[in-house]
Design a protein around this ligand. Structure first.
Ligand code: PLP
Length: 470
């Protein structure tokens, strides 16, 4: 036993890990104190990865028959493992899509764990499911979807996109069968999306064994209706879904959703909006104008762990008519009959998953605590900051915007820099713990980008990074 775990343990050994004892109380205090420190810290460094060899050298073996005791195990985490993880909620973390969970959302994540909530069925988790559904209904109404729209919180955008596309194909199959056709069209099913769509669409198509029809976006990165129309005319009834991106990950570019949705007049397809990063911008008057047509979508996703200030990992999957999701995803098994025979709302029926943590609850608590207006302001801040730093980049000799930002991703180049120059610069920024900004590329040319979602990211921090490129 380690220090702090010294009291005699009255419980038989088989129950040592579960019973409430002095040892247990010590562990809980230790972990909550650490969590409190981390949540309230304002100086958590960016940190950086280390090699397996270095981590082995520092941490030594941590799994043994006797255990290390909580104090040592936590100390290994705090001093060795955690510093080998990048601080994704650091204001100068500007790569990929950062994470910026609100303090209330982070704190409540502990409550979700502490409460042993099961979020798969109404029977077991009615209260949790009620709260999650209230958030999904609120999101649906922000997106202009009709009353009755709903769905489920899943692990991430990849699973959300896959679940939506499976539901789309299921509906297309059912329509064919009802029309007396074989369920699979000649040539096989296909999904139409932008050539700049997220890799998870291709991944979903691979899993589903369907073809992707990549359609070229215009030079500004926007997928427009004319090109989609052409693809639909060529592929005919092979196409079960069109995916429009509501804020591409690389550029934050929003496809012409209204134009694509209008094609529903002439073609029968399921319109899915991949808004994992960008759909959140609809909360802000600065972002909303880009998203006309979302109200006509059959399904949408948005990742609260990106720009809706929830901790990892959570995606809101919303169907216009959740019944399509339920038809496609309900699992049937003898031991589940007691659930599936009821008419209750069971979140597990709406995606590819059965057991689930009610992972929408941290967002629920944060929204309930601060109110929607606080979200609108925080999102507006990021868009305004992206515009301001884009102006600054245009003003500076030697720097060039690759595209004007629509949302909060700013992509730019430094004249004369090769990939190796960006690599050296990026490594130095992290070595000096100033910022995490990685190289990217577009059309074969290297560049770099600021992805801004953290309300604590400040204009001056960004200009200081630009200064290092001179
Ligand atoms: C991040 C992202 C995804 C994938 O979401 P995960 O949560 O990482 O699985 C899909 N589409 C877009 C547009 C994204 O930005």
């Amino acid at each position: 036993m380690s220090a702090g775990d010294q009291s005699p343990n009255p419980q038989p050994d088989h129950a040592r890990m579960h019973s409430v004892s002095d040892e247990t109380r010590g562990i809980v205090d230790l972990v909550l104190e650490y969590s409190r420190r981390r949540i309230l810290a304002t100086d958590t460094p960016l940190d950086h990865a280390s090699s397996p060899k270095e981590l082995r050298r520092l941490a030594g073996p941590t799994i043994s028959e006797e255990g290390l005791g909580s104090r040592r195990a936590l100390s290994v985490f705090e001093h060795i493992l955690a510093p080998a993880c990048i601080t994704t909620d650091h204001p100068q973390y500007l790569s990929f899509i950062p994470s910026a969970p609100s303090k209330a959302a982070i704190a409540f994540d502990l409550v979700v764990s502490a409460s042993a909530l099961y979020g798969g069925s109404w029977m077991e988790g009615a209260g949790a499911v009620y709260a999650e559904n209230e958030v999904l209904a609120w999101l649906a109404s922000e997106f202009g979807l009709p009353e009755g729209a709903g769905g489920v919180f899943v692990q991430g955008g990849t699973i959300g996109n896959l679940s939506a596309l499976v539901a789309a194909r299921d509906r297309a199959r059912a329509l064919r069968e009802r029309a007396g056709l074989v369920s699979r069209p000649e040539g096989g099913w296909a999904v139409v999306c932008s050539a700049e769509a997220h890799s998870s669409i291709k991944s979903a198509a691979r899993v589903m064994d369907v073809d992707v029809v990549p359609v070229l976006a215009d030079d500004d990165g926007v997928l427009r209706a004319a090109a989609v129309r052409e693809a639909l005319e060529q592929r005919g009834d092979r196409v079960f879904a069109v995916v429009a991106t509501g804020g591409s990950t690389n550029f934050g570019v929003v496809d012409d959703i209204a134009g694509i949705a209008a094609l529903k007049h002439d073609f029968d397809f399921w319109l899915h909006i991949d808004g994992a990063y960008g759909l959140t911008a609809m909360l802000s008057p600065l972002g909303r104008p880009h998203f006309g047509g979302v109200e006509r979508a059959d399904s949408v996703i948005v990742d609260p762990h990106k720009w809706l200030f929830a901790p990892y990992d959570v995606c809101a999957l919303v169907y216009r008519d959740p019944e399509h999701g339920r038809q496609a995803h309900t699992q049937h098994a003898e031991y589940l009959d007691v659930l599936t025979e009821r008419a209750a709302y069971d979140p597990s029926d709406y995606s590819i998953q059965l057991t689930r943590r009610p992972r929408g609850l941290p967002l629920w608590f944060s929204l309930a605590t601060y109110g929607a207006a606080a979200y609108r302001e925080a999102v507006t801040h990021s868009i305004a900051l992206a515009r301001r730093i884009a102006d600054e980049i245009e003003r500076r000799p030697g720097l060039r915007l690759v595209r004007r930002p629509q949302l909060s991703v700013v992509v730019f180049e430094r004249d004369g820099w090769e990939r190796a120059d960006y690599d050296r610069w990026s490594d130095r920024l992290l070595d000096e713990q100033r910022a995490f900004v990685v190289p990217s590329s577009h059309a074969g040319r290297p560049n770099t980008r600021f992805a801004i979602v953290n309300p604590l990211t400040a204009f001056e921090q960004l200009t200081e990074i630009l200064d290092t490129m001179e």
